[in-house]
Design a protein around this ligand. Structure first.
Ligand SMILES: NC(=O)c1ccc[n+]([C@@H]2O[C@H](COP(=O)([O-])OP(=O)(O)OC[C@H]3O[C@@H](n4cnc5c(N)ncnc54)[C@H](OP(=O)(O)O)[C@@H]3O)[C@@H](O)[C@H]2O)c1
Length: 118
């Protein structure tokens, strides 16, 4: 398992391809993409409305649906429940395509060689 910064704004395709090739499970930190304002994006809000879930659930479901393990954190008990409730809806192909447009590019991710976080 390798834990990397990952959200719809930072899909980390290169790292994930390496993981897939070497049998490594991808775990996402900062999966809600706070600094990248993922949850405020109109695309995310529109998809959330369509499925009657929160924007946070859309971001987390996007990860789970691709075999990524997201680790969200929250100090709010109602969000703990919602953030774990990811299996009562499914993002369709169009949702996934729309979410692809949020990719800010690999250069936006923090460089783990120079920036350590836990
Ligand atoms: N391995 C590493 O290098 C590394 C680095 C960073 C973090 N981590 C770990 O990864 C986990 C998450 O990290 P993170 O806190 O940076 O990212 P995160 O889980 O993406 O974001 C947490 C923030 O989002 C808010 N939030 C949670 N659920 C929400 C929802 N459904 N809707 C809207 N806002 C929501 C929380 O606020 P409220 O508390 O108000 O809900 C909190 O401010 C933590 O367990 C952390 O320890 C690991």
């Amino acid at each position: 398992m390798n834990q990397i910064q990952l959200s719809p704004a930072l899909p980390r395709q290169t790292s994930r391809a390496y993981h897939a090739e070497h049998g490594i499970l991808t775990e996402a930190w900062r999966p809600l993409g706070g600094p990248e304002n993922v949850l405020d994006q109109i695309i995310v809000k529109t998809i959330a409305e369509k499925h009657e879930v929160s924007a946070g659930q859309v971001a987390l479901r996007w990860a789970v649906q691709q075999g990524i393990v997201p680790i969200p954190s929250s100090s709010n008990p109602s969000r703990w429940k919602a953030n774990a409730d990811l299996f009562s809806f499914e993002l369709d192909e169009r949702d996934m395509r729309d979410l692809e447009t949020l990719d800010l590019g690999e250069a936006t991710a923090w460089d783990a060689r120079t920036h350590e976080e836990w």
